[in-house]
Design a binder for this molecule. Structure first.
Ligand SMILES: [Fe+2]
Length: 425
């Protein structure tokens, strides 16, 4: 569906002269060539951020060296600035076409015997979301277990694995099994393997780096930004994010938790009348990054805008989920701006304020030298990384996101509580 940029107020200050426009373009471009880039002639060009290899936390360095990641060219890798889209239409065109998606959870054994049978313990962390699996290495899963894990994630929103010796190569392989892996045109990534393994698609999640290099504004008084706010990943994609797998190899001794909130339960919190009003509606979603509007370049940077189902049906569970988040849902299509704002603010508050539909996870403990994985479904959740460690201890991880289907609303689908026969009061 076409974006409707004209109705959205662009963020950021607007350049007013051609000279300022050129400065804006240069500034946008300068945000990209961080670290180093591999040039067409095979040479590696180092930028000032190549020194970040010295700051790489020791557990992360050991993990990368153990699994044959090539750190000789610096860390992290950033995209070639020549290949980064500068204009909204260029960025909008990335993956702007239908592609095949196989829902791995759809035909999995509902009892998940292969997965649970191999685990030492399966612990539900709250009544309806969040499950920890103990005694299994993600890198050892067979396809049947991967299917069952996809279904478990679809049912429980987020699933955790501690004490993982996870090669980035294995993390990418798992992500590819669950869908097309998102390759972000801008963000830093893990270098390739020393044996030439192409590891494009493994995003570096390292807020110390983002603060220092990209200017991410996070402090005690301003602890909202980046991943530290309620959001859902990659909602602006034509086929937005399904399963995301974040593996944290470096975790603060105390703090640095992440909180997830359930979209199934957020929908179930609404009155039948409001549910009926929202069913079948669509909304406009924005990207986290911004670009230049070619048609109106003096208006300042704009995000990618995409229209999706506001209430969506999960293809594996068949349950309805409220697909909104404060950071990236711009407005409800068909409503006046004031009406849309009023309703969206209420929907955001349902997600954010109800503790009974959330799970908060502390990534420790993990055995020394090993890391912890969280695998969640963005179609049915929001998440928020808590910034209480204030960057005083390192927190570093690698993220792989599997893109899923075009969001759809099935009018015959049920809510989670309807499907499970739970009280609707
Ligand atoms: Fe996120």
């Amino acid at each position: 569906m076409a974006p409707t940029a004209a109705t959205v107020t662009p963020a950021g200050s607007a350049p007013t002269t051609e000279e300022e426009l050129q400065k804006t373009i240069a500034k946008l471009a300068s945000l990209k060539p961080l670290g180093h880039t591999n040039h067409k002639d095979g040479r590696t060009k180092f930028g000032k951020e190549a020194s970040w290899i010295e700051s790489l936390p020791e557990p992360a360095r050991q993990r990368f060296e153990r699994h044959g990641i090539d750190l000789s060219g610096g860390y992290p890798i950033t995209p070639d600035p020549d290949l980064i889209p500068k204009f909204v239409d260029e960025a909008f065109a990335v993956r702007n076409e239908d592609y095949a998606y196989i829902e791995r959870g759809k035909n999995a054994d509902p009892e998940k015997k292969a997965l649970f049978g191999a685990a030492k313990e399966v612990k539900h962390l709250t009544k309806h979301l969040g499950t920890e699996i103990v005694g299994l290495q993600l890198s050892d899963l067979n396809d049947k277990q991967k299917d069952e894990l996809a279904l478990l994630v679809a049912e429980r929103v987020v699933v955790f694995f501690r004490d993982q010796d996870l090669a980035p190569q294995k993390q990418l392989e798992l992500g590819k099994y669950w869908g097309q892996v998102e390759i972000h045109p801008q963000v830093p990534r893990v270098p390739n393997g020393v044996n030439g393994d192409d590891l494009n698609g493994i995003t570096v999640i390292w807020q110390d780096y983002s603060r220092a290099v990209n200017g991410l504004d996070l402090s005690f008084k301003h602890a909202i930004g980046g991943n530290s706010q309620w959001h859902t990943d990659l909602v602006h994609e034509h086929q937005p994010a399904g399963i995301t797998h974040l593996h944290n190899d470096t975790i603060p001794e105390v703090g640095g938790d992440t909180v997830w909130s359930s979209g199934y339960a957020a929908y179930d919190k609404l009155s039948p009348a409001l549910q009926q009003f929202l069913d079948g509606k669509t909304a406009i979603y924005r990207s986290a990054h911004q670009y230049i509007d070619r048609e109106n370049p003096l208006r300042g940077p704009k995000p990618i805008l995409r229209e999706h189902a506001l209430v969506r049906t999960h293809p594996a569970t068949g349950w309805k989920s409220l697909y909104v988040n404060k950071a990236m849902t711009v407005r409800i299509v068909g409503l006046e701006p004031e009406e849309s704002k009023l309703i969206l603010d209420y929907l955001f508050s349902i997600y954010e304020k109800n503790l009974d539909i959330q799970v908060r996870f502390n990534w420790k403990p993990s055995k020394p030298g090993l890391g912890t994985s969280a695998i969640w479904d963005n179609r049915i959740s929001q998440h928020n990384a808590v910034w209480d460690h204030e960057g005083l201890e390192p927190r570093h991880g690698t993220r792989v996101t599997s893109l899923a289907e075009i969001p759809y609303f099935d009018p015959n689908s049920k809510s989670q509580r309807q499907a499970l026969g739970l009280s609707l009061d």
